[in-house]
Design a protein around this ligand. Structure first.
Ligand code: THU
Length: 133
């Protein structure tokens, strides 16, 4: 694994500690590496009005956009109730990643015992929706 990936995973793991998950108890952290080499982190934030909860990827991507980032070079996601188990991004977050991804974007999912699997957006969201040119 590249050193860059390791620090991205560390950032996702650190922000995961701040996840606000009183309803699910499922802690998720995400860290985005943008085209300028900057890292933007986000965790899931639940709400008593359940649909209003937000996902970790969503918040990390929002932080990237707010900071002026344009493209996702890599995104690390780590989730689970206690020890990490592979957290496959939800459908909505696949679409959110897709918006800022290209075919080189690496989606790093951390599983048990620090095993990490890297996916491309085409694998997670094939034949994705796009507006006509
Ligand atoms: N969650 C994420 O943050 N990202 C995902 O891709 C899947 C699900 C959150 C939403 C909710 O707070 C908790 O995990 C359980 O569904």
């Amino acid at each position: 694994m590249k050193t860059d990936d390791e620090s991205l995973i560390r950032a996702a793991s650190a922000v995961r500690q701040n996840a606000y998950v009183p309803y699910s108890g499922y802690f998720v952290g995400a860290a985005v590496l943008d085209e300028a080499g900057r890292v933007h982190a986000g965790c899931n934030v639940e709400n008593t009005a359940f649909p209003q909860g937000t996902c970790a990827e969503q918040n990390a991507i929002g932080a990237m956009v707010a900071a002026g980032g344009k493209r996702i070079v890599a995104i690390a996601v780590i989730g689970g109730t206690e020890e990490p188990i592979t957290c496959m991004p939800c459908g909505a977050c696949r679409q959110r990643i897709c918006e800022f991804a290209d075919r080189h974007t690496r989606i790093l999912l951390v599983g048990e015992n620090d095993t990490t699997t890297s996916y491309r957006i085409e694998e997670l969201l094939p034949a994705s929706f796009r507006l006509p040119d």
